[in-house]
Design a protein around this ligand. Sequence first.
Ligand code: SF4
Ligand code: SF4
Length: 88
Amino acid sequence: MDFLRSHQVFYNQQEDINKGILAKIVIERDRCKGCSFCVDACPKNLITIEEELNIQGYLPATIKDNNKCTGCALCAEVCPDVAIEVYK
Ligand code: SF4
Ligand code: SF4
């Protein structure tokens, strides 16, 4: 079960904690409109735009390396489509 911490930020899942994952994001691919706001917002440059269209006909954002995510949630805060969930 996920527990909401704040807007779009959830408590880390136990299975991830067991694996030593302290933070990660999940991008809802088919909800994304490919605006790139999250790409520009990530201070670690971890998000990029895919080369294949999603169900809405947009090129969606994707995480390049979740292992480096700090859980800062800047990407989720700027997303106008509420397509990013942060777990930490
Ligand atoms: S939570 Fe922070 S570090 Fe992680 S992908 Fe989003 S902006 Fe980058
Ligand atoms: S900010 Fe949201 S809608 Fe825009 S590219 Fe990122 S995930 Fe997609």
